[in-house]
Ligand binder design. Structure first.
Ligand SMILES: [Zn+2]
Length: 294
């Protein structure tokens, strides 16, 4: 029961943080402050009262339109809120297992809680990057570059500090782990630069932005090379599926000349792959290895 309540709490917190993310996603590209002014309609500047600002509920009650001018608010608002809430519940559910385990020392539970908070922040930024790339083909350096550094430190903290998996990195030594981690990040970035170069050789134009390279480095820093590669494969499969569906829709094909030259937001698919890989990467890889006969 406590486990369910804790998970529901994480989901509600996710809705609130998703709501704040929506404000950021509307204002970052315009270079506006995310603190001031208060939330308002982007069409008529009508300042929202508190009940127009409740995540999800207000959008449903207003049927996705501004109360004053009737402008369409957009599906992105409830989608982002739901996405953050949904993906936050999974790490929270797992954390509750540790919290409710009476044999674990309190210090370890605090550590696991801090780690879970880091993962939630990582997911929050992945949703941010996914939407920014989908709406603006923009993966800002000020998210991806600190993201790489934070992921690297997160990775080290797992080895350096005790964890419930009982991984004691002291035996391995922190330096080799750090070097391996840096090598993995460099390898992932190198792979993306190589694909970018090949694409340029064939098509003579940029198919894969430097933002995607940094995003892939960030995923590797957080997840390790194997899970990051899984995220990459999932992202490519998802992106190709979306491209095929778009090609199959006649209205999208009508502008096929323009469409073939337009870019799909690879970063969006990489972020989705990253979340899936972070949450279920181990079982997916294990299933694949068993299926492949290893
Ligand atoms: Zn309005």
């Amino acid at each position: 029961m406590i486990r369910i309540l804790g998970t529901i709490f994480a989901g509600l917190l996710g809705l609130a943080f998703g709501s704040f993310l929506n404000v950021c996603l509307s204002r970052w590209p315009e270079g506006e402050s995310v603190v001031k002014p208060r939330s308002h309609c982007r069409n008529c500047d009508h300042t929202l009262s508190w009940w127009e600002n409740v995540p999800l509920v207000s959008w449903l009650a207003l049927r996705g339109r501004c109360r004053r001018c009737g402008a369409w608010i957009g599906l992105r608002y409830p989608l982002v809120e739901l996405a953050v809430a949904a993906i936050w519940t999974v790490p929270a559910w797992r954390l509750m297992t540790s919290v409710l385990n009476p044999t674990l020392p309190p210090a370890l539970i605090y550590l696991e809680t801090a780690r879970t908070a880091c993962v939630l922040a990582f997911f929050w930024f992945l949703v941010a990057l996914a939407i920014l790339d989908a709406e603006h083909l923009w993966l800002p350096d000020w998210i991806t570059l600190p993201g790489i550094a934070l992921g690297f430190m997160f990775d080290l903290s797992i080895v350096a500090l005790p964890s419930i998996d009982g991984l004691d990195g002291v035996a391995v030594g922190l330096l080799p782990v750090a070097l391996l981690s840096l090598l993995a990040i460099a390898a992932a970035a190198g792979l993306m630069l190589f694909i970018r170069f090949i694409y340029w050789l064939i098509r003579r134009r940029e198919g894969l932005g430097l933002g995607d390279v940094k995003l892939m480095a960030m995923l590797t820093a957080w997840l390790g090379l194997r899970s990051a590669l899984l995220a990459f494969i999932l992202g490519i499969v998802l992106g190709a599926s979306v491209a095929l569906v778009l090609l199959a829709i006649p209205s999208a094909r009508a502008g096929s000349e323009r469409w073939s030259a337009s870019k799909l937001p690879l970063g969006t698919f990489l972020c989705i792959g990253g979340v899936v890989s972070a949450l279920w990467g181990q079982p997916i890889i294990a299933t694949y290895l068993r299926w492949a006969g290893f």
